[in-house]
Ligand binder design. Structure first.
Ligand code: C2E
Ligand code: CA
Ligand code: CA
Length: 775
């Protein structure tokens, strides 16, 4: 699995959580937005209301001032005092009136607005050179009965001027209330807003707040909140429509802290709820994810165990979703099918396709298992013979049926625990566990072979199969599987070679077999490199009628570089068994014909006999090879005799006759070697195209001393001559026998008495010497 891939579970949790988070952020934002809007509307409303209240308040005050001024200016005594400039009376009237209406300031100006009298006596002095003050008074006079704010000695007044008519206007009476702390606090109580009043130099004159703030500061006063600031107040400049402000600035400030507190409370509640929902969402999605993932995790572990070849059916529980149970079902089904297929494949891998018996590999393992467990057993290897002819005559399908019938015999024989295999083609093997060392072994084998030998019925046809059986016994004949298997095969090969039906492994055979293999290998090598290890010897044959040596027998020799001299009887037999003999004969033919060429070039015209084997006679290329070699070395066929043993001739009679006819027609001489030890009768030989009989040396070597040999040899020579055959006596070892053979009219003799086989050089030497001695 890729490491940094997030798990499905994580993804689900993240997805659900983010959805909830997004939703709560949206809700939060929306409620923040609407709350803010609601709040600012509220504040605007509050300020609007406050303005109205303030306005109303000022209007009421103005009304009071108007009434007070009208009463004052209608006072007759006052009018008189103004007209007569009676300042004392004026002052007392102003003071009395003022007290009556609770006015804080009462003044009288002339028509130019210059101050004549005031309830605050220091004002007269101030007014003398205060341009600002005088300008305000003038503005009051021209305000036509409307009130105005005026700042006097840093106090704020709402003043109103009214003409004093007598009957013309002779002066102006000014009445006013101070706007003091208590007024402002009163208004604050009514409106819920703070009121701050500044002069045109922005100096704070009056405020309802506990701490004085400059106008600038108040407008921007920050309230620290989390990581930033928000305004502490919402402010609005108030311009009363009733009274002119004369440069005074009135600031209405809504303290936002309460709103903020409520707002923060709402917001934090929302945040807490959202967080709770978030947590719940995380929990639920985790649970959901687990419920979803758990089956998947199980499936993963099941898939892993499938991979290891452990198959099981999956339990479907109630709380599984439909999809998951479908998945589980499919998994179960898949497991079942893989299991079945695997079993099938395993079966096929272990069994022979045709017979359903074990195959070679599996069988080897079974043998090995028995060996490892030190369990005694009989190992049998057998082949069905003659199946080729069944295949040829009845068809391959019939052959297969026969093999199947053999297999079913093996599977259903009545020997317990027998395990059988088809190793190859017609080769089978059985393993029979065997506990009793003392007896029963041969009984088991007897039962086994007898069961096999019962004719089989295939399609109403009764077929009698034949077998060659090799037997080896564990542990006597081999302790490990390879050895016991090799040895049973040696026994089986021997059964075939020796034409036996049952052949036990013989002690020491394996070693001989191994040596055999080594010899065969090095013979192959010696033939390939042709470095002189292999060479020919020549043994002369004496023509008794002419007393001349006119023939030799070519005999092969092998001087092995390490093993020394190896008897031709031994390695020729191996070469025949392994099918190498044809190659060897080819080499002999070439070597001998080359030698003949050499001798002829040196004036020795002599015939040579070459020994050939059964396999040479049946080889389709033999004739061609002989002919081409003869042509190559320029040797006429009349110089060449081919020696074939009686037994070899009889092995494949028809084919042998065909070749012999061919050879004879081509001018070669055919000699029957080792005559007399085989079973063939002379009558039979009559039908063969042969020229010569070589009486076996066993009759000749002690001819002089054996009367029976003399009878046999004599009659053989006579009969041979009657059949038109020339007769050779081989193995002549003494003078007496020679005399007997001469008397019997034998044609040629060969033997140690004349000469042992010699190398070509020795022969030439010997040959020349003899001829010289004779002449
Ligand atoms: P063979 O064809 O019967 O050869 C005659 C054998 O008798 C030779 O043995 C020879 O040395 C031996 N012999 C000849 N005269 C006497 C005698 O007076 N007394 C005794 N005791 N033995 C005598 P060798 O050379 O050992 O050959 C043995 C067999 O090997 C041959 O029997 C033949 O079957 C086979 N062989 C030898 N060379 C060849 C060959 O080139 N090709 C084939 N196919 N077989 C060969
Ligand atoms: Ca011979
Ligand atoms: Ca012979």
């Amino acid at each position: 699995m890729v490491k940094n891939q997030s798990s499905l579970r994580q993804r689900i949790v993240i997805l659900c959580t983010s959805l909830v988070l997004l939703t709560s952020v949206v809700i939060q934002t929306a409620s923040w937005w609407s709350t803010s809007r609601f709040n600012s509307k509220q504040i605007t409303n509050t300020i609007d209301k406050a303005e109205n209240v303030f306005e109303q308040y000022l209007k009421e005050k103005e009304k009071l001032l108007t009434t007070a001024a009208n009463v004052l200016t209608a006072d007759f005594g006052f009018k008189q005092a103004v007209t007569s400039n009676d300042s004392e009376t004026i002052a007392s009237v102003l003071s009395n009136h003022g007290q009556r209406i609770n006015a804080n300031l009462m003044m009288l100006t002339n028509l130019n607005g210059e101050l004549i009298s005031s309830s605050q006596s220091d004002l007269l002095t101030i007014s003398q050179n205060n341009v600002q003050f005088n300008r305000q008074l003038k503005s009051l006079i021209s305000a036509n009965g409307r009130s105005q704010f005026v700042i006097i000695n840093d106090l704020i007044y709402q003043l109103l001027a009214s003409p004093v008519k007598a009957p013309r206007t002779v002066a102006y009476a000014i009445v006013g209330f101070e706007i003091s702390h208590s007024e402002i606090n009163e208004l604050k109580k009514l409106t819920g807003l703070d009121i701050s009043i500044y002069n045109n130099h922005q100096t704070l004159l009056l405020t309802s707040m506990d701490t004085p703030f400059s106008e600038q500061y108040l407008m921007n006063r920050p309230a620290p909140w989390l990581f930033w600031n928000r305004p502490a107040f919402d402010n609005r400049h108030f311009n009363p429509s009733t009274s002119s402000t004369n440069g005074i600035s009135i600031l209405l400030s809504a303290d936002l802290s309460e709103i903020y507190r409520e707002y923060d409370e709402v917001m934090s509640t929302i945040i807490i709820i959202a967080s709770l929902i978030l947590l719940i969402a995380m929990f639920i999605s985790a649970v959901f994810a687990r419920n979803l993932i758990n089956p998947l995790t199980r499936l993963v572990s099941i898939a892993n165990s499938f991979a290891q070849g452990k198959y099981r059916t999956l339990e479907i529980t109630k709380n599984m979703s439909q999809e998951v149970s479908t998945l589980f079902n499919s998994f179960s089904e898949m497991g079942k099918q893989i299991n079945a297929r695997e079993k099938d494949i395993l079966y096929q891998a272990q069994h022979d396709f045709l017979t359903d018996l074990y195959n070679r590999r599996t069988f080897r393992n079974l043998v090995e298992e028995m060996c490892v467990n030190k369990q005694p057993f009989i190992l049998i290897a057998f082949s069905v013979t003659g199946l080729d002819s069944i295949n040829d005559t009845l068809g391959i399908e019939m052959g297969d049926r026969c093999l199947k019938a053999v297999a079913s015999r093996l599977s259903h024989n009545n020997i317990e625990n027998t395990k059988s295999a088809r190793l190859d083609g017609v080769l089978f093997s059985s393993l029979i566990p065997y506990d009793d060392y003392d007896d029963g072994e041969s009984d088991i084998i007897k039962t086994f072979t007898e069961t096999l030998a019962i004719p089989i019925n295939v399609d109403d046809l009764t077929v009698q199969l034949k077998f060659r059986v090799g037997i080896a016994i564990h542990p006597e004949d081999g302790e490990d599987s390879d050895t016991i298997i090799r040895r049973v095969m040696i026994a089986h090969d021997a059964a075939k070679r020796e034409n036996q039906i049952i052949r036990y492994y013989h002690k020491g055979e394996d070693e001989a077999h191994l040596e055999h293999l080594a010899i065969v290998e090095s013979l192959k090598h010696a033939l390939d490199i042709d470095d002189g290890q292999l060479y020919m010897n020549y043994q002369p044959k004496l023509n008794l009628s002419t007393n001349k040596v006119d023939k030799v027998e070519s005999l092969i020799r092998w001087q092995h570089p390490e093993l020394g001299f190896i008897s031709p009887e031994l390695f020729i037999a191996y070469a025949e068994q392994t099918g190498m003999i044809f190659q060897l004969t080819h080499w002999v033919i070439n070597t001998v014909l080359k030698q003949l060429q050499n001798w002829q070039q040196n004036g020795i015209f002599i015939e040579a006999a070459i020994n050939i084997s059964a396999q040479d006679i049946t080889h389709p290329d033999f004739f061609m090879i002989l002919q081409s070699s003869a042509a190559k070395y320029g040797i006429s066929s009349k110089y060449i005799t081919l020696e074939v043993t009686e037994r070899d001739l009889m092995q494949d009679e028809e084919q042998a006759i065909a070749l012999l006819v061919e050879l004879k027609n081509a001018g070669y001489t055919i000699s029957v070697d080792d005559y007399g030890i085989g079973q063939s009768s002379l009558a039979k030989l009559k039908q063969l195209p042969v020229d010569e009989l070589k009486i076996d040396k066993s009759f000749i070597m002690e001819l002089n001393s054996s009367e029976s040999d003399q009878i046999i040899v004599n009659s053989t020579i006579t009969l041979g001559h009657r059949l038109g055959l020339s007769v050779v006596a081989e193995g002549l070892e003494n003078k007496e026998s020679l005399a007997l053979l001469k008397a019997m009219d034998c044609d040629h003799i060969q033997g140690y008495f004349l000469s042992r086989p010699m190398t070509s050089e020795d022969f030439v030497h010997w040959f020349r010497n003899r001829n010289e001695n004779l002449s």
